[in-house]
Ligand binder design. Structure first.
Ligand SMILES: Cc1cc2nc3c(=O)[nH]c(=O)nc-3n(C[C@H](O)[C@H](O)[C@H](O)COP(=O)(O)OP(=O)(O)OC[C@H]3O[C@@H](n4cnc5c(N)ncnc54)[C@H](O)[C@@H]3O)c2cc1C
Length: 469
């Protein structure tokens, strides 16, 4: 059943999933297929979380469909359906354009290696040794080396090489040069197997297909239903308070922000002082801004690549990627082929951003800052699509405030928490039996693939817990 009214749902389930992002959705599907009675409660009127879309005029704008690793195909096939996995197609061309270099790549390991050798004049053995080190990194042993140290080891003094290797990953998960190299290594190795992929048909089709699959497998979905409290009995989960309604469950799996899950929904008194000390160390990751551009009906432009990492800043500096004076922009170009049968062209520009830069504007200042971001984006895009301004019939902007509003992530944090969040998230149920978490925590779990796979890991933990309780 799908309903906006929590009162229509049963009063008792095996598990309540709090949040319908890719982690929550996938966990719900896996648990339902394992025969569990599942309630998925999503506070928004739409599923998908950050992996979402919205419709304006004749346009559908994809928020987070720039690309993911090929592993998404297997994940969809195993945990969703073969039909869904067949929608995964490779992105043809990824372009870098900045004062240091201008390069097109398919983002496969072979092509990247060739570019590093031919365009950056590196020795093939050095590039291979770098890849070997990444391939052999493992989450449990390799937390000490920083990204900076990793790059200095193989490419000393080569800021241009670091930019080529790191800029897409910094966009994808907010990582900096001072974070553990493992946070880079795992994400880069994932992407570097066979290139970058997308979902043909768009995010709207994927979410619709997920909704059908969940219904088919018996998941009850409560939309516009906010989990306000996790209910405990003797420090053990007994259900949740959703829009003021008590629903019983043996387990609650939160797909919401890890800090809200602990401090707001459950309450600090349920956790040990040692655990809370670890929680205190957690930092929310940074956020994003986006500009959405739709073309007038009948307008078009030639193929210019699918994903363009552009910057006017002279060197690579992660701090500049989040700075308010945006010198770096990633353009995702959506040609009509993404939605077979459509004639619509859209462009989504993404910039990393700090919440603090946007938080304190008055309404009027906020409106002006958003319009400036839109205008600057159109000027930057004109270099790649000359005359674009005359072809546009719709623009809109999102900021960290927008992301906070729609997902309830503190500070609009679009990649959850930094690295240390993963430990806290994975150990929640050791503190409060029956309480689990899956979502964008720790840089490693960022992105569609990471979030969906983390949902699977936690669904299996929930299943084991329910069996033993
Ligand atoms: C601008 C941008 C672009 C991106 N591009 C890409 C990309 O190209 N490729 C890629 O792989 N990844 C991309 N990502 C990252 C990716 O989208 C996310 O990592 C992933 O979707 C997060 O999934 P999640 O399971 O953590 O859930 P989230 O998406 O964080 O969803 C959490 C859900 O929980 C709900 N919720 C919160 N609190 C409550 C509550 N109290 N009660 C009920 N529900 C609640 C929210 O409404 C939301 O639906 C992008 C992210 C952003 C912001």
């Amino acid at each position: 059943m799908i309903s906006n009214k929590i009162e229509k749902m049963n009063k008792e389930y095996d598990v309540i999933i709090a949040g319908g992002g890719l982690g929550g959705l996938t966990a719900a599907n896996v648990l339902a297929k394992q025969g569990r009675k599942v309630l998925l409660a999503e506070q928004h009127f739409q599923l998908g979380g950050l992996a979402t879309y919205f419709k304006r005029k004749q346009h559908i704008f994809d928020v987070a469909l720039h690309g993911f690793p090929v592993g998404m195909k297997k994940t969809l096939r195993k945990y969703w359906s073969k039909e869904m996995s067949e929608h995964i197609t490779q992105v043809k061309s990824i372009r870098f354009d900045n004062p240091q270099f201008s390069i097109d790549t398919t983002f496969t390991k072979e092509d990247f290696t060739d570019k590093l050798v031919t365009e950056f004049n590196l020795k093939r053995e050095v590039v291979d040794a770098f890849y070997d080190e990444l391939d052999n990194m493992n989450y449990y042993d390799d937390r000490l080396m920083t990204n900076r140290e990793l790059f200095d080891k193989y490419f000393p003094g080569r800021n241009d090489v670091v930019r080529f290797l790191m800029e897409p990953i910094t966009y994808a998960n907010g990582s900096t040069l001072d974070e553990p190299a493992i946070t880079y290594g795992i994400v880069f190795s994932n992407f570097m197997s066979k290139g970058v992929y997308t979902f043909n048909g768009g995010t709207d089709l994927m979410i619709d297909m997920m909704k059908c699959e969940l219904s088919k497998n018996g998941v009850d979905i409560a939309m516009s239903s906010k989990v306000e409290k996790v209910l405990l009995d003797n420090r053990k989960v007994k259900g949740a308070l959703i829009n003021g309604c008590e629903i019983k469950a043996k387990a609650v799996l939160s797909n919401g922000n890890i800090l809200s899950t602990i401090h707001e929904w459950t309450g600090d008194s349920a956790f040990s002082p040692e655990f809370l000390k670890k929680v205190k160390d957690l930092r929310l990751n940074n956020s994003s801004c986006q500009v959405y551009i739709g073309l007038k009906p009948g307008e078009s432009f030639d193929y210019i690549g699918d994903l363009l990492f552009t910057s006017t800043y002279p060197t690579f500096d992660p701090a500049k990627l989040v700075a308010h004076d945006m010198t770096s922009k990633t353009f995702s170009i959506y040609y009509p082929e993404i939605r077979p049968g459509s004639k619509d062209y859209t462009v989504v520009a993404s910039m990393n951003a700090n919440y603090a830069d946007w938080a304190n504007y008055t309404d009027e200042e906020y409106k002006i800052a958003k319009q400036k971001m839109i205008d600057d984006t159109i000027i930057a895009l004109d270099k790649y699509i000359p005359g674009i301004a005359d072809k546009i019939d719709y623009t809109e902007a999102a900021t960290p405030r927008t992301f906070q509003h729609y997902t309830l992530h503190g500070n609009g944090s679009s990649f959850g928490t930094k690295f240390k969040g993963l430990d806290v998230s994975m150990n929640l149920h050791n503190e409060v039996p029956g309480l689990f978490h899956a979502g964008s925590v720790g840089i490693i779990m960022s992105g569609w693939l990471g979030a969906a796979n983390y949902g699977v890991i936690m669904a299996n933990n929930v299943d084991k817990y329910i069996s033993s309780s």
